[in-house]
Design a protein around this ligand. Structure first.
Ligand code: AMP
Length: 388
């Protein structure tokens, strides 16, 4: 698939928008299938098919134009990817996406590869909770499907609370009860794997979440045993899936340095946004290269980086309905700051609106400058130097 041809994308969110930018920068045209009329990707796509992900006619139309397809959203019907696979190359494939769509299936699969996951039990009915060992409390009850950024999750301290939470929030849906992992930090590994099995791995990111949503990623570029272990596990998972495309694996790091997989995402990931300014190749360019069957790019880190997420809360500094434009000019006056906004018209609390990458050859300087941004935008989490 040489530049100039059409690439097909399922999903129209910010990841799709940044995919379009990367593809277009390389001379490709992108056709986006997304049911939302005004999604972030639709407004920059070369062509937008506004239809459901399983609309047979739309899939047919997509396949008439494009010979390679990808997704920016793990909850597209795997069946749609299987249909497109009959007409061209699909990266990632239906099976990998299907596994990542269901927490229980995903955990079972990862465990079967000898990679550690959080202790858990499937909860498909209220009765299943009677078999939960007490060691899983305190825990988190999570919907098996369609949860993200902490959505569809309830923290429970006891069996009684778990039962209430299940009845109130999750009855009739398949769920997983996970024991709370006493992690000392969270890290993630983004990799790209080609059709030929070639695998390239970006430097791991250390991530801090706020209310279940990524707030800050730190990429110091310092090697560590923990990172080596995480990279090896991520590669094992990619190989086990026969994966093709960009994959993210999120980990908890325990006090003894062991890593435990939290979840996987069969697409570029928020914690890989730093690659846009800090690496030779961005995760989105890598997605373009992988699906097109081109050689994968270098994942070399050009400079340490801090990535700050900008949520809609930034537009509502007084915790009221009063909307205030953030002082982005002051943010951009700070050296080495790159702003990425997703073009979302409406800012809402907790909604991902954009991110900021701060790069510097000296990681401590990147942290200091990131904290100047934190001050100006009144972000909830400060960047920090600490590491495992
Ligand atoms: P998730 O949507 O599953 O990635 O969860 C969002 C965030 O909630 C994670 O990044 C963790 O900070 C926290 N979390 C989720 N599951 C667990 C767990 N089993 N133990 C401790 N923290 C968790």
């Amino acid at each position: 698939m040489t530049p100039g041809q059409w690439l097909g994308l399922l999903g129209g969110g910010q990841l799709g928008r940044m995919f379009c930018h990367a593809a277009q920068a390389m001379g490709y045209q992108v056709m986006v299938l997304d049911p939302d009329l005004e999604g972030p990707a639709a407004s920059v796509a070369d062509k937008h098919l506004c239809a459901a992900y399983d609309d047979a006619q739309a899939l047919d139309h997509l396949a008439d134009y494009c010979q390679a397809f990808t997704t920016e959203f793990e909850n597209v019907p795997a069946q749609s990817l299987a249909i497109l696979a009959r007409r061209g190359h699909v990266a990632p494939g239906a099976r990998a996406v299907e596994i990542a769509q269901d927490r229980m299936i995903e955990k079972t699969f990862i465990q079967s590869l000898g990679v550690q996951v959080a202790p858990h039990i499937a909860v498909n009915t209220l009765k299943d909770l009677d078999h939960v060992p007490s060691s899983l409390f305190p825990g988190i009850l999570k919907a098996s499907r369609l949860g993200y950024d902490g959505k569809g999750q309830v923290r429970v301290a006891s069996l009684e609370q778990a039962k209430h939470a299940y009845i109130d929030h999750l009855e009739q849906v398949a769920a997983v009860l996970e024991g709370m992992v006493p992690f000392v930090e969270e890290i993630s590994v983004v990799l790209a794997r080609g059709r030929d099995g070639q695998c390239v791995v970006f430097p791991p990111a250390r991530n801090v979440h706020h209310h279940g949503i990524l707030a800050v990623s730190h990429i110091s570029g310092q090697p560590s045993k923990v990172y080596e272990q995480a990279v090896a596990s991520a590669q094992t998972i990619a190989e086990g899936l026969g994966y093709h495309g960009v994959l993210c694996v999120e980990f908890f790091v325990l006090a003894d340095g062991q890593v435990v997989v939290n979840e996987i995402a069969p697409r570029p990931h928020n914690s890989g946004h730093y690659t846009q300014n800090a690496c030779v190749t961005s995760q989105f360019e890598q997605q373009v290269r992988a699906m097109s069957g081109l050689p994968l790019g270098s994942t070399e880190l050009l400079a340490p980086c801090v990535m700050l997420n900008i949520l809609g809360d930034v537009w509502f500094p007084y915790d009221t309905d009063e909307r205030v434009e953030p002082d982005l000019a002051s943010v951009l006056a700070i050296p080495n700051v790159s702003l990425h906004l997703y073009g979302k018209k409406e800012a809402r609390p907790s909604r991902k609106m954009g991110h900021i990458n701060v790069v510097d050859q000296n990681f401590a300087n990147a942290v200091d400058r990131a904290n100047e941004v934190v001050e100006i935008l009144n972000l909830p989490i400060r960047a920090s130097l600490s590491s495992h």
